[in-house]
Design a protein around this ligand. Structure first.
Ligand SMILES: C[S@@+](CC[C@H](N)C(=O)[O-])C[C@H]1O[C@@H](n2cnc3c(N)ncnc32)[C@H](O)[C@@H]1O
Length: 207
């Protein structure tokens, strides 16, 4: 298995799993979900940033990944649509959702969903891949695989995120929420921040 150079999906009796080049064991997003449930208390900053306490929220999780944040928001009572542009990640996410059945999972570029005027969101949630930083390990294997699959290059990320925020502010009814590293530079455009131990959520109001 270790001589492969391409990621592959494996279907077994437990569902779909990912096998990445250089890894000997399968990765299952469902196991990440189980871990998230056991540590859900530490994710309450996400709910605060999205304004969950202020009423029912329809949320577009525009960079879904393996759905950890989106499913947390669904657990908090939000109606969540997740969008993922990587085909393998989307297939794994869809398989996970078929087991859990509480969110809508879409394939494609989130900008197409944000430009679709027939759709209505209270909150646009953006968690694009953080730019790589030397000597900093990612917190879990799921994020490591998302980075490997997306092949993010640092110079592209800031521009893309700026465009996503601007687009989100034109279509969100209540707010745009961006996950960042705690020590990332401040963005003067944001209205306020909710801080966690190592990450923060920057909140932007609609234009
Ligand atoms: C850091 S991960 C998100 C992790 C996610 N919040 C979670 O809890 O698992 C970023 C994901 O956004 C996806 N992505 C980046 N740009 C996108 C876009 N324009 N449209 C849809 N998905 C996008 C990437 O493929 C990647 O899977």
């Amino acid at each position: 298995m270790s001589s492969r150079t391409e990621p592959v999906l494996v279907l077994d009796e437990l569902g779909l799993a990912l096998l990445m080049p250089g890894y000997q064991t399968l990765y299952r997003p469902s196991q990440q979900h189980a871990h998230r449930r056991s540590s859900a208390g530490s994710l309450s900053e996400l709910g605060k940033a999205c304004g969950v306490a202020q009423g029912h929220r329809r949320i577009l999780d525009a960079c879904a990944g393996f759905g950890t944040d989106g499913m947390t928001l669904a657990d908090l009572g939000c109606t969540v649509t997740m969008v993922e542009q990587n085909l393998l990640v989307w297939l794994l996410l869809r398989d996970l959702d078929q087991a859990l059945g509480r969110v809508t999972v879409e394939y494609g570029d989130c900008t197409d969903f944000m430009r679709d005027l027939r759709r209505c969101w209270d909150v646009i949630y953006l968690d694009p891949m953080f730019p790589p930083r030397r000597k900093t390990a990612l917190p879990n294997r799921g994020l490591q695989h998302l980075r490997e699959l997306s092949g993010v290059q640092e110079p592209d990320v800031g521009v893309t995120l700026t465009q996503l925020i601007a687009l989100g502010r034109r279509c969100a009814l209540a707010r745009v929420v961006v996950k960042r590293r705690l020590k990332d530079p401040q963005d003067t455009q944001s209205a306020f921040q909710i801080k966690g131990k190592s990450i923060r959520f920057d909140v932007y109001l609609p234009e």
